[in-house]
Every structure is written in structure tokens, then in C-alpha cells.
Design a protein. Structure first.
Lengths: 265, 265, 265
């Protein structure tokens, strides 16, 4: 592990409340050399799926040994477990509700520990804010090179989400929208790999059906291959098919929402 | 003081304008080793009371010697004073309008200095942005171990807010809402200590009146002791009574606002 | 260059998507000692002009040798060039669309390099996210003291914006609003220098016309020289004339927008 370990923070806490600042204070009190990197605090409240996809999208760009502290935790105070996941290159600390799972699976899971050792908690532990009282101090102690086995015992059975895979039926691909970004791009679960099983990447147009609207859109490699305001299909920065409008919002134009179905003919 | 001093930033500047970035540049030009920690820039504009409560809620989690730079400053350019407050464990730099007071009182005030020494200002000093021209450079010089006496002389009479205390009348507690968080939790000024003077913490239900609506809500220690969408009372992460709805917004349901009255029978 | 180089980040990516976090990961993987400073990710999407003005306003407060990574890039994937600009005190990395130009001109441009050396790119380079695949890694390599000539060859002809200058016609100044801040202050392109050519800075009132509304407002040096809710004119923290309302929003009251015209008689 590097000398000034990186701890990233991903939460649904927003920035109007003192929750994120409290967690940062707890970490810096325990591990003064930790380098804090805000990933986002704007995950929709309680949206485990959005948090999981967010984390999945970017973990691979972080250096080996990074600790990712993830607090999207609608089940705080219930029997949901607290976990550390060690993957090939990263550590993750957060609730056992699936939010960590996509990123960790993608990197290759090596070990999952159920956090049980209250020596590493901030006392007294509130039943409403484990981010501050359990996850932040555990991440900070990890950053000081504590072995993960010191925090609890191995957990075999933890909650793992799957990105719903697009399915192929003859020449049609059935997928769904897994994220809509700030620019209104519709990011689908249709990977380049799946697409290639049915379609030629060199073809110039694809026919899609989305929200009962049928469109024929050009398959591009950059937004600006079409005129401003025109639709296009593109394999975006995460290598999934995106439906976009050049310099405008495809989501607004198509009135699309997360988890809407999409059909590619 | 530690070698790479922490300077936290708390403002009402938002993130669309260059104000926060200017302050960070000023600090790093003077004290290149300072570690900047954003607490929030989303305090409501000119809301001294929200800023004071925010700071009060989290200062205790920061390491000894942390410098808190607080710029919620509707009176910039008037005769309101600029101050440094040294408390038992922390330093605070900001306007003398009360925004620092709750946090400093809670930690134990040791000394208050009126900032007067223009050697430490960024010249020329604008009359509209002391955050950049006075508070940021003073915080940065503090981080370089300047003694606080070098910035000005002791101030005896400074502006101190008080959290309005809940009052007890026979078996009733009259309080008010002091903060509504992103999740719609209503945080009251009814501390666990005051509550215990009248009610048994072990009781299962409390009767409350809020916005002319009477509710009987269970007293819980975690949100999930009730069904999704049900109301509950809970002593939250700051040890004040909160009125919440499991996984929904109590504020929306009750149409509540900051400073609304609450009665607990 | 200092040992722990500062890299500032300015984008229109918002905080709901993994784009900013991806860039930070890329930088820290290449230059682990880089110090990341968020300027803002809340520039309006694709608003090159707002980004350029934002950067112009604050670059001078940063230490010599700071690297400014600027990704407001509606033309990603087109033939727009990628550039490094070295000015007297700073480095800038971003698209050649003008967003860097105001700040660099103001500091004194020394050299512009067209980024061409794909050895420094993250591979494979997507055609939709050069922020992550080109600009971030180039900024990170710059922070490791690579000479700028290693990234490409000198570019003579790059895109330079100009702040539209206010013009003088007899005793009238014609200007426009170049930014509206969070507090509703209307920041014009009328610099103190231009104003002085026509008006005495000591005068007490100015007559303005804005959105077909004529106002006589006092010329003040702080907001609080007028009563709460009254209009005023003031040379603000960037030394341009601002039309403000004490503790209220002038923009709301006058229904003003960016680029609205203003006439000072």
C-alpha cells in the first residue's frame, strides 16, 4: 500500500448536511495522511443501483490499493451487514446491500469480511449513521495498513447485484437504460460485445424502439458526426451503447427514464 | 500543530461561481502544504443560523489544531468585525456574526482575536469579498504557525448565538425544528437530556403536535423498526430528537419548515 | 515546479455522473503526488463562455506552476484540437475552443502546444470522453515535469475569445452582463478603467437602463451602504461594475439574463 493512501468517498448525502464533513473529520483524526477524494455525494437518496453502477464505471481508473468508502445505506440500523471487500486491486468498505458488488466483481473478488470488531468503531455507535461511526473509521484504519482479518471474519454469502444483461432474440437485442447522465445521454446495458453478436459494428444505421417510439439512428463514433440536435447511437466511454442527441438531451426528447426498455432491431 | 495543517472550508457560495476556487488559490499560494477539506458550499445564502448549526454538528470529529474557515457573511463591508476564535481544540476564522459561535462554545472558547493587522490581507481589499481578501489569507498564515496575537487584539465582546433551548411545561416539551436534512428528517432542538427529564426513553410511543397536526409516533432507535413510509421519532446522529419517515421525507409529508414549532406531550 | 504539483479541475460534468471521478483516478494513477483542487463542475453544460470567464476570474490567485485542467468540450470527437497553453505563471490543458484563452491571455501567453503524442494518452481513446483519455493523463504527465514540447508541436493559430468590451458613446457606456452569480449580482463587462473615462468614481449616483427599465442607483463600495432590498452599483471583487440588491437578488428583481445589455448614462 502506498504511503499516503487514497480513500474515495461515494454517498447519497448531498452537500447541504454535515454528514460528509463528519465522515472526513473521523477519517483524518484516525489516519492524518489519508488523501480524500470525493467521487460524488449526489447519488439519488437510497439508490443502491445507481451507486453500484457509478462505482463500477470508474474503479478501474484508480491506483492499486485505493480504499473506496461507499455509504448508500437505506438499511442502516437493520440486520444488514457491514463489509470490507478486497478485490484484485482495491478495497471497498460499506453496507452489504449490493452497492459494492458490481465494481468488486469486475475487478475480481478475493475476500469479503463481515465487519464485527467494535474496537474500530467510533463510540457510541448511532443506529442512524454507520457511515460516520463504522464505515469511516474502518476505512481509516485500513489506510493505516491494518489487515482486513482484524476487522471480522470471512463472509461467504454476501449480496451481489448483476447488471441486467441485454438479451438476444434472433436479430433483436432487448436491453434497458441503466443510467441517464447530465447531458441526457441514455446509457444502455447493451455492451459492444453483445451488439457484435448480432450486428456489424461497421453498419451505418440501427433501428431502435424506445418508449413506443421507433427511430432509425446512425451508429457513430463521435457525437459530431450528426448535426446538432440529431439522434445517434454510440458506444460511449463505458463501452455500452448510448442513445444521444448531439449537444442536446436525448432523455428530454424521448421522455426516458432509468430502466426503460430498449429494443435494437 | 501538525505539519500539514487542515483547513476546512464552509461557505454559502455554491459551486457555480469562482468564489470558492479563488479562496483555495489564495490559501495555497501562502501555505502550499495546507490540506483543504470542503465541508460544504451549499449553506443557504446568508443563512448564519444554518451555518452555525452545521459547524456545531461536526467540528468535534476533526483533529486537534484544525483551522475552520467559515464565510457566511451577509454583513461584508459593514462594521461587522473579522475574528479568529481559538477553542480548546480548534481555530476558527470568519465574520463576527455568530456563525462560528455555537461550534466554538461547544468546544470551549479560549480566546477571541479581532483581525486588524492588514499585513496579512490580500491587497487591495475589496469591500465585497473578505472571504478571499481577509479570511482566506489569515487562515493560511495561521496554518503556517503564526500566533493568533499577531493578527490583532483580544476581543471580549463578540456575537454569540444560542441554540434556542426546548422548554418544559409540566409534561409537555415545546421545541422547534432547527434543521431539515436531505432525507427530509426533521431535526429538533429537543436533546436526549431534556427529553429524559419528562419522558422515559424506554416508552414506546410519543404524541407530538407539529403544524397543527397531531401524531402518535413510535420512539425508535433505528429507522427500520417501522414499515417503509411510517413516521417515527428517533434520537439521531446529533443526539437531538428527529421526526422521520422510514425511507421517505417527513418534511414533505408534514409540509414542515425550519423553525416550525413542535410540541411533545 | 513544486514537488507536489497542484492540478485544478474545471468541468461542466456535474456530480451525478462518474466522469469527474474517472479523471481524478487517471491523474492519481499517473502522478500519485498531484494535489487535486476542484474549481467547479457546475459550469452550464457546453457553456464555453461561462467556463472561460470563471477561469479568468481566479487563475491569478493560484501559485506559479499550477496546472489547470479544463474540460468544457462540446466538440469532443470532432477536429477541434487538444492543447497545452503555457502562460507566464500557469499551465492549461484542454480543448482548443476558447475556454482557456481569457485566463491565459490575462497571464501572458508564452507557448501553445497542440497535443499529438499518443504515448501520453489513456488507451483506447474514446471519441466521447477526451477529458479522461487525453486531457487528464496529459495534465498528470505535466505534473511529473515532462516538458511541454514532448506532447506535440507549437501551434500558432488557436482559438481566442475576447471579453466583449463595453463601448463609450459620448457620456454613455454600453455594456452587457457577463455573469450572474448565486446571489443574483449582475456582473457587467464595464471595468473600473472604462467607467473612469466617462464618470467620476466619486459621484454618488449612476443612471442605468437594463431590460427597458431605468434605474437611478447609488454607487457604493459595499452592499450595506443601502437598505436591505435596495439596488446599488458596485465595483465588485473582479473590478467590473456589478448591479446588486443588498441581501436580495438583482437578477430576480430585474428578470435579467446573461448577455443582457446595460446602458450607463
Amino acid at each position: 500500500m502506498i504511503k499516503e493512501p487514497i480513500i474515495t468517498l461515494l454517498t447519497d448525502f448531498g452537500e447541504e448536511d454535515p454528514y460528509v464533513g463528519s465522515m472526513k473529520g473521523v477519517i483524518l483524526s484516525i489516519s492524518p495522511k489519508a488523501r480524500l477524494v470525493d467521487l460524488s455525494h449526489q447519488i439519488k437518496r437510497h439508490d443502491i443501483r445507481q451507486g453500484a453502477f457509478f462505482l463500477f464505471s470508474l474503479v478501474k481508473y484508480y491506483p492499486k490499493g485505493t480504499i473506496h468508502l461507499v455509504v448508500i445505506d437505506p438499511g442502516v440500523g437493520t440486520e444488514r451487514k457491514a463489509i470490507i471487500v478486497q478485490s484484485e486491486n482495491h478495497f471497498f468498505v460499506g453496507p452489504d446491500n449490493g452497492v459494492i458488488s458490481l465494481a468488486a466483481q469486475n475487478d475480481g473478488v478475493r475476500k469479503v469480511i463481515e465487519i464485527e470488531n467494535s474496537d474500530y468503531y467510533l463510540q457510541p455507535v448511532s443506529e442512524t449513521f454507520h457511515g460516520r461511526d463504522i464505515f469511516a473509521p474502518v476505512a481509516a484504519h485500513l489506510a493505516k495498513n491494518k489487515r482486513i482479518e482484524e476487522f471480522g471474519s470471512v463472509l461467504e454469502d454476501w449480496i451481489q447485484l448483476r447488471i441486467p444483461l441485454a438479451t438476444i432474440n434472433k436479430a433483436e437485442i432487448k436491453g434497458e437504460i441503466i443510467h441517464i447522465d447530465r447531458f441526457g445521454n441514455l446509457i444502455t446495458n447493451i455492451s459492444r460485445e453483445i451488439f457484435q453478436k448480432v450486428h456489424d459494428l461497421q453498419r451505418s444505421f440501427i433501428e431502435i424502439k424506445i418508449n413506443n417510439r421507433e427511430l432509425q439512428v446512425p451508429l457513430c463514433s463521435s457525437y459530431n458526426e450528426v448535426k446538432k440536435g440529431d439522434f445517434l447511437g454510440i458506444f460511449g466511454s463505458t463501452d455500452f451503447l448510448e442513445i444521444s442527441k448531439n449537444q442536446e438531451s436525448a432523455a428530454d426528447a424521448l421522455n426516458s427514464q432509468n430502466q426503460d426498455k430498449i429494443l435494437v432491431k
